[in-house]
Design a binder for this molecule. Structure first.
Ligand SMILES: CC(C)(COP(=O)(O)OP(=O)(O)OC[C@H]1O[C@@H](n2cnc3c(N)ncnc32)[C@H](O)[C@@H]1OP(=O)(O)O)[C@@H](O)C(=O)NCCC(=O)NCCS
Length: 168
């Protein structure tokens, strides 16, 4: 694993903040003209990866995606906004948070569609894991997410160990 300390200068969360916008097209929808969950999951993965790339300045792979709820239906023609940032770095992995809204561009009203936490691992061209610079939370929200991310990691690790037991 690459642990080159000169590359590991901490960076503020704000440098990872990313936004993606998508207009829902007929090809993204089910026969009821509603966005299919799998397409939204794909966009969430990309939005999370954007923040992870920006923070680590490395290639990243998705290690896991936590539980997701779909709170309101999204229709063909709607504007979907995805905002992401890195919540916390562990060593080679980092947790990103993605929050999704559907924006009614006529009324200007936003509705919360989904939120997800994703873990990305930084790798080099050969697939070796790379250490990632720590993240510096600055705002109250960033500090809260930073603290919560440590708790979520413990839960993830416990669940992962339980799942692995089930596979053997
Ligand atoms: C993710 C991956 C790189 C982990 O490699 P590994 O050798 O099994 O990992 P390790 O046990 O050494 O863990 C490496 C880091 O990943 C984290 N990690 C591994 N599996 C994880 C999981 N399921 N969820 C969250 N974090 C995970 C570990 O906690 C560790 O973090 P740390 O270095 O910050 O402490 C590897 O499993 C992989 O390549 N998976 C496929 C990824 C992929 O193709 N994704 C979809 C397409 S992008």
């Amino acid at each position: 694993m690459n642990d080159d300390k000169t590359e590991l200068i901490p960076r503020p969360v704000r440098e990872s903040i990313s936004e993606m916008a998508e207009i829902v097209m007929p090809n993204d929808a089910n026969p009821l003209n509603a966005l299919v969950g799998g397409r939204l999951m794909h966009w969430i993965d990309l939005a999370g990866a954007l923040a992870a790339h920006r923070h680590s300045r490395q290639r990243v792979v998705t290690a896991s995606i936590d539980h997701m709820d779909f709170l309101v239906p999204v229709r063909v023609g709607d504007l979907v906004i995805l905002r992401s940032s890195v919540n916390r770095v562990f060593h080679t992995s980092m947790e990103t948070g993605v929050k999704v809204w559907v924006e009614n561009y006529r009324s200007g009203q936003n509705r919360h569609v989904s939120s997800a936490y994703l873990t990305f691992v930084a790798i080099d061209e050969a697939g070796n894991k790379l250490a990632v610079p720590q993240v510096i939370p600055e705002t109250e929200d960033e500090k809260r997410r930073f603290e919560d991310a440590a708790r979520r990691r413990e839960i993830r690790r416990a669940e992962w160990a339980r799942r692995k037991e089930g596979w053997s």
